[in-house]
Every structure is written in structure tokens, then in C-alpha cells.
Design a binder for this molecule. Sequence first.
Ligand SMILES: [Zn+2]
Length: 101
Amino acid sequence: MKVLIRTIKEFDLDEICQHLLVVGDLTGDCFKCRELGLNYANVKSCPKCNTEFRYITSRKTSDFGLKNLSILCRKRPDLICIEFNDLKHHQSREKARDFLS
Ligand SMILES: [Zn+2]
């Protein structure tokens, strides 16, 4: 039986930010260049900046967001599903570090 299990793994933050597809209500957008209106069900790369998508996340962060992420995992098994809150958390830490240095 195939089930979804959340895992913890170390990733390179810059690598994720360069190759991330962010899914909103109806369409996806490129995290790198902010190109909007992408068909997240099958887009392989960004039509604007040509980045290849390797990661996918959902902007929704509630319990529904987790369900949404599960749907994305099944829809796009070619991409690594990441938790948007984790990304935001590390990004704000990085910004704070840059600001203080
Ligand atoms: Zn792009």
C-alpha cells in the first residue's frame, strides 16, 4: 500500500529557491522569477527564466494545506514536495543574519 510519510532531510536553501514551483489556489508560480499562471499539473520548467522545477510546495499552510500538499505529491511524483512554512522559516532566518552582518 502506498502512503505518504513526512520526512526530514537536509537541503540546500539556495538550490530550493532556484528550482521551486509554488502552487496557489488555481495555478502555480516560479519562486525564482515570480512568473505567474503556470499549470502546476505538468509544467517542467519556467517559460520565463527557464529554470527546471525540482521542488513543489503549496502556499496554503493550514491543515487543508497539508492535504493540498498530499495531492501535489501524488500529482507530481517527479518533484520533491516541501513544506512552505519550513522554507519561509529558513528564509527569514537568513535575511536576519544578512541584516545583522
Ligand atoms: Zn521563472
